[in-house]
Design a protein around this ligand. Sequence first.
Ligand code: UDP
Length: 197
Amino acid sequence: ENYSKIMGIPVPKITMDYSVELLNNVIQQNKPELFHVVTLNPEITMSCQHDKQLRSIIDEAGLLTADGIGIVMVSRLKGNPLPERVTGCDLLIKLLETGNQNHWSFYLLGADEATSKKTSEVINRTYQNVSILGRHHGFFNELEEAKIVEDISSLRPDILVVALGAPYAERWIHKNKNKLNAKIAIGVGGSLDIIAG
Ligand code: UDP
């Protein structure tokens, strides 16, 4: 079987290396549709139990990875193990490393202003071939949101990093999917806080 079912959600049995390779291909293929990456954590899994709309967002995602250690442990207990954990933060760091080799561009959305600024400084310093085309903190109203979406759309980043918390990030990406003009969008939870240190 290619999947392990966790609380009704079929989670593909994929590794970090496979995930990065897949996303590398997505960037090279340069298709017009946005490719949504969901890193599945307990909050999303639980919300999916009663929220059909969120569940359909997860089902439609281009790539679903097991972020939570609990998800991997449950898959082992059920005798249909997922190969490893692929967390949003680890995946983001791998994408920055691969992006540094391939000159990818990013837009960072989310976290508070100080964290957003610090994270982009750390990335600029550490991954000099990566370009941060733009960034915005994650506390905005509807009017500001429209401007952020326009900004992202005109910048056309390879990867849009959405650190708004789960499952808000997943809903946000889905809602704006056709307006963002990014190749990939990924919800990463508190990863910017981790990178900012
Ligand atoms: N956040 C945000 N806007 C909000 C709520 C949260 O930008 O309206 C940010 C918050 O600053 C933090 C991240 O989203 O950087 C949430 O991290 P958390 O670890 O709570 O998310 P999870 O890993 O549970 O998805």
